[in-house]
Design a protein around this ligand. Structure first.
Ligand code: UD1
Length: 347
């Protein structure tokens, strides 16, 4: 029986493995291996429980640390696991340190690697995720691309022969979430608010930049419900920057469904996350992205997503402007997981 091992470790990967596990046909031995990059209950277990993700075969408990510390722990532990599990395929997700470590370990062991969410590029090598994406794509045997833009990026790097357009598995997830939430969502009731997240190293790790961005969120004319990633909380403590300022209401990390609901009921989303920008776009909620560029360029169409690296427009009623039309089918039809699995089976 073919054995596929999905290697996951960080929150966005749990959200992506859920529809894959769900779509896995009988006769495939699909195992989930958790690296333990994210370990807080609210960053990991809550998502597994809510999305009914099968229990991982193991948790490698690599934890946090500098890139070198985390990467070396990942490489050693993954090699041990792959030796024991003897997979036919490794499935790596997205762009975290868990992703690149899984691809590198497997490639060195001559185990075939498929990369889900291949071909995304910000063209900003200062982002750790960009290094992870480029290297993972070049190491992989099969590149499962979410969009035509991703396919074009892979082509430009000479990788087209390994690439398959399958669509984005996050569309699969968000469509199921919308179906579950259904009529529960009441956008018009209550006080209008913005839903916000901030966690990228480029934004959190420089005290001046972080002070500026928190100040911009605080200046909002309506409340900003800031769902605080542990990295943000750790960095504000380290730099002694107060998080509860002005319009900011600090909240703990939420489960996937609660986050989708928070976005659906908001008047707008402010984020530096890749996933959230795209989810806002799919849910037709206007978004401001606190970055200079985006990998998900299609979200910019019709003004649904605005790049504002310093948060300059956050003191205005930016969400109230009319938005243009945008093609929301660019990321697929909600059946990307089936196609991704099929692509592995025929590769
Ligand atoms: C990682 C990914 C990023 C992804 C994000 C999703 C890398 C390089 N980055 O960033 O691409 O968008 O996950 O959330 O892989 N921490 C905790 N508890 C946890 C996990 C982290 O307290 O369960 C804190 C620690 O202070 C840790 C810091 O967050 O040092 C950073 O964690 P790390 O896994 O290095 O990266 P993320 O910022 O989560």
């Amino acid at each position: 029986m073919m054995r596929i091992v999905s290697v996951v470790g960080a929150r966005p990967q749990f959200i992506k493995v859920a529809p894959i596990a769900n779509a896995m046909p009988q006769g495939i031995d699909h195992l989930i291996l958790h690296t333990g990059q994210h370990y807080d209950e609210e960053m990991s277990q809550i998502i597994f429980d809510e999305l009914k993700i099968p229990r991982p075969i193991d948790n490698l408990k690599v934890g946090s640390g500098s890139h070198a510390t985390q990467m070396s722990a990942l490489l050693v532990s993954l090699e041990n696991s792959f030796l024991k599990l003897a997979p036919d395929w490794i499935l790596a997700y997205g762009d975290t340190n868990t992703t690149i470590a899984a691809a590198l370990t497997a490639a060195k062991m001559n185990i075939r690697v498929a990369h889900l969410e291949a071909g995304l590029r910000s063209f900003n090598r200062k982002m750790p995720e960009e290094i992870n994406r480029v290297v993972t794509d070049h190491l992989s045997d099969l590149l499962l691309a979410p969009s035509l833009t991703a396919m074009a990026n892979l082509s430009k790097e000479g990788l087209q022969s390994k690439a398959v357009l399958v669509g984005d598995v996050m569309v699969d997830s968000i469509r199921s979430a919308e179906a579950i939430l259904g009529s529960k969502v009441q956008k018009e009731s209550g006080v209008p608010y913005l839903a916000a997240t901030l966690h990228r190293a480029e934004n959190t790790d420089d005290p001046e930049r972080l002070t500026k961005l928190i100040g911009a969120l605080a200046s909002s004319p309506v409340p900003v419900r800031l769902v605080a990633h542990p990295r943000l909380v750790a960095k504000t403590r380290e730099f002694d920057i107060p998080l509860s300022q002005g319009s900011i209401l600090v909240e703990k990390p939420l489960s996937y469904l609660s986050m989708v609901e928070l976005m659906l009921e908001s008047v707008g989303v402010i984020t530096d996350s890749g996933g959230l920008q795209k989810e806002a776009f799919l849910l037709k909620v206007p978004c401001v992205t606190l970055r200079t560029e985006t990998e998900w360029v299609e979200t910019l169409e019709g003004g649904w997503n605005t790049l504002d690296p310093d948060g300059d427009i956050l003191s205005t009623r930016w969400w109230a402007h009319e938005r243009g039309s945008a093609d929301r089918t660019v990321y697929g039809d909600g059946r990307a997981s089936e196609r991704a699995i099929q692509a592995i089976l025929v590769a």
